[in-house]
Design a protein. Sequence first.
Length: 98
Amino acid sequence: MLKKGWSPELIAGRIKKEAILPTISHEAIYQWIYSDADYLIGYLVRSHQTRWPKGKSKHSRRPFMPADRVSIDERPAYINERKQPGHWEADLLAELVD
């Protein structure tokens, strides 16, 4: 089926629908191709010679933290007066919710 242009996803879906064989996931088909049937790699839609590692992200999932950040406990006293726009958004939202 791969040689006819089918993807492993389509093959796994057809096997499941027709119940001609025990069900198999598309991931298992990919793993089989890359481990035992590398001659079929060229028939895959994206025929990379190696696969990307699973479970690893290129980017860390930590939120952005500027190096010059200051704790809210250390903010200047004039901010607590809430007289300048930009220093009262969160307080305004809290008042609307209450």
